[in-house]
Write a protein that binds this ligand. Structure first.
Ligand code: G3P
Ligand code: CA
Length: 251
């Protein structure tokens, strides 16, 4: 406590809500994103997939079972089919909540002051044309300055960089990489998005020297929030933005 201490490199760590305030509301739903904004999140992280009829929807899994009362692949359903499903995933008080389209989410956040981390879920299913549709929506809503695209599919990121997408790109990874800052620079990315377990102090230092951001997921415990902030990460991605806000603001 006692005032804001300068972090490593003078970085003040931001709070990004993982799938919205998913610790308190059904993940990747509009109420979860609204709550995250109310709780003081600086950014929202969310996952996108493509419907059978090529609408971009906000949902984490490629399949419906875990977070909705539907079955099977997202990619096998039309948007109309998906909109009939309940996405409250057992959370009391959220009955009738549906899978949002990316358009609905962008409408909700259009006037909110939050960064938008769009995670392209294209590493298991090579959704044809998903990147283009996401970018078209970003442009339709004028959100380029607020967006960072991320993916575990590094070839997708390389393609976007080579095509001159002109938006920040975050390299997602779960296991430690060899000199990830060099890897990201070569890929044309501007940020590393390591798991908490794969985050190294040296990675934060070298990344900053190379002009890269480091945004770490998923940081849910107060002591880990302290630790990564001390390390100078640019953003911590958490299911509990309210807790993160109180931990970071007390520094
Ligand atoms: O974007 C960070 C994190 O969300 C990546 O893992 O499985 O939660 O999408 P996952
Ligand atoms: Ca994600």
């Amino acid at each position: 406590g006692g005032g804001r201490r300068a972090c490593h490199d003078g970085v003040v760590t931001k709070v990004w809500a993982h799938r919205g305030a998913s610790g308190s509301a059904p993940e990747n739903t509009l109420p979860a994103f609204e709550l995250a904004i109310e709780q003081g999140a600086d950014g929202l992280e969310f996952d996108v997939q493509l419907t059978r009829d090529d609408f971009v929807v906000v949902i984490h899994d490629e399949t419906l079972e875990r977070t909705t009362n539907g079955n099977g692949w997202v990619a096998d359903h039309s948007l109309d089919d998906l909109k009939r499903l309940d996405a409250s995933a057992g959370h009391d008080g959220f009955a009738g909540v549906t899978i949002p389209t990316l358009e609905e989410l962008f409408t909700l956040v259009a006037s909110a002051d939050v960064r938008l981390n769009v995670e392209l879920k294209n590493s298991r299913i090579p959704y044809q044309g998903m990147e283009e549709r996401v970018i078209a929506l970003i442009d339709q809503f004028g959100l380029r300055e607020r967006v960072i695209l991320s993916s575990f599919d590094h070839n997708s990121l390389r393609g976007l960089a080579e095509a001159g997408v002109g938006m920040p790109l975050g390299v997602l990874y779960s296991e430690p990489l060899w000199r990830p800052w060099n890897y990201a620079v070569k890929l044309g990315a501007s940020a590393l998005h390591p798991s908490l377990a794969a985050t190294r102090h040296k990675t934060v230092e070298r990344s900053h020297e190379n002009g890269l951001e480091v945004n770490v997921w998923t940081v849910n415990e107060a002591e880990d929030m302290e630790r990564v902030a001390e390390c100078g990460v640019d953003a911590l991605i958490t299911n509990h933005p309210e807790l993160a806000r109180s931990v970071l603001d007390a520094r």
